[in-house]
Design a protein around this ligand. Structure first.
Ligand code: NIG
Ligand code: FE
Length: 391
């Protein structure tokens, strides 16, 4: 058995309300015992177990937080869209149209190129304190390219999502129904061994509520778990479709109606907000307060993709959420950790209670508030995943 005791932790965020009656479950002057990759004990340092400790690590008064659970990403692609970003910053507005450019580059790329790009994005995310990463396909949009994307994604994470219904590819523009049939039939069959989830971009310029329902149900019949891109570009029926089908999470929800909030509040569906997308498309930020007031579970994710949000950095996402979406620093940290875990239906990550995966970061600072208070500064000193130091 390997056991390590981290002690002299100035502030330990556990996300276990048992410790202090708040969502973050903060323990001051804490210790954390890790055994065989899981949390064996967390509590005040004075109560720490003393037997059978193989190694003691002095955290020197810094803060320790659960690893970020980044539940929404598109990391299998080739090329970039910096010119599109530039044009947007000079006044053009975002539409889903740029996706076609990345599809072209992705189809033309070798598996090695896609793998190397994914490898560098995953490494970048880990070094920013993320320890669980969801990854979608959606830039292949042929049977072989979607399968290839998910095969590669599966080399990096178990949280793989089939997004064949990202947009209708150019070759199907005149017969989009045939593309929906392909996604629900041959493409779905081909990706099944490599995907856990199924997702649809249900929005203007992408797929209608009816098509999204057809596609998600086809995936669910084959055992995939549903999640949904909804209401990014405009308010539509996406959020309510998500509730109707009991998806794990509706993502973006940049435009939300009173009816949507009511539907979500009666369900277990998580609302995942993606501030990086509003930031990089210069769109209006949604306000989290009505969601929280309605007791809806809210997650934060980076939405790393080459078009609308080319970042893997969860501290940046937290800073924007606090600054522009009215998250408290506490809520933002919770949403980026346990919120993300809930959006992925995971109970083993996103918190540091006994039995949880030993996934956590040691900050350079003594308070998690610095994640938002010191934007753009690298505050991640060390990252541990499954009890092993990865940075
Ligand atoms: O989640 N909204 C749809 N998909 C991505 C953007 C994809 C792209 O622009 O390449 C998103 O923001
Ligand atoms: Fe997305």
């Amino acid at each position: 058995m390997t056991s390590k005791l981290f002690y002299n932790i100035g502030q330990l965020v556990t996300n276990d309300p048992l410790h202090d009656g708040t969502k973050l479950g903060v323990i001051e002057k804490a210790a954390l015992l890790i055994e065989d990759g899981v949390v064996a004990w967390a509590g005040p340092e004075d109560d720490a177990p003393t037997h059978h400790i193989k190694k003691k690590i002095d955290v020197q008064g810094r803060a320790v937080i659960p690893g970020f659970v980044d539940s929404h990403n598109h990391m299998i692609f080739a090329g970039d869209r910096s010119k599109e970003f530039r044009a947007r910053m000079l006044g053009e507005s975002y539409s889903a149209g740029g996706i076609a450019h990345t599809v072209e580059k992705t189809r033309a790329a070798s598996g090695e190129t896609l793998r190397a790009n994914a490898q560098s994005l995953f490494a970048e995310a880990y070094s920013g304190g993320t320890t669980t990463i969801e990854c979608k396909s959606g830039y292949g949009l042929t049977v072989d390219d979607e399968r290839r994307s998910l095969e590669i994604a599966q080399e990096f994470t178990d949280e793989t999502t089939f997004l064949g219904a990202h947009v209708v590819p150019v070759e199907y523009k005149s017969n989009p129904k045939d593309y929906v049939d392909l996604v629900c039939g041959q493409m779905l069959e081909a990706v099944l061994p490599h995907a856990k989830w199924i997702d649809v971009f249900c929005d203007k310029g992408a797929f209608s509520v009816e098509d999204a329902r057809t596609i998600l149900q086809a995936g669910m019949r084959k055992g995939l778990l549903p999640r949904l891109h909804a209401n990014q570009i405009q308010e539509g029926g996406g959020v309510r479709l998500g509730v109707e089908l009991g998806v794990a999470s509706v993502d973006h929800v940049s435009h939300i109606s009173v009816k949507d909030i009511e539907a979500l509040s009666k369900s277990k569906v998580v609302a995942t907000l993606l501030p990086g997308a509003e930031f990089s498309t210069r769109s209006a930020y949604p306000d989290v307060r009505p969601l929280l007031e309605a007791s809806i579970t809210v997650a934060l994710a980076s939405d790393c993709n080459p078009g609308s949000s080319y970042t893997t950095n969860m501290p940046f996402i937290i800073a924007v959420a606090v600054r522009d979406m009215h998250f408290s620093p506490e809520q933002a940290l919770w949403s980026a950790t346990l919120g993300g875990a809930k959006a992925l239906l995971r109970e083993d990550v996103g918190h540091l209670s006994e039995g949880a995966s030993a996934d956590f970061s040691i900050l350079k600072s003594d308070s998690y508030i610095h994640l938002a208070y010191r934007p753009g500064v690298n505050l991640i000193e060390e990252v541990w995943r499954n009890g092993l130091q990865i940075r």
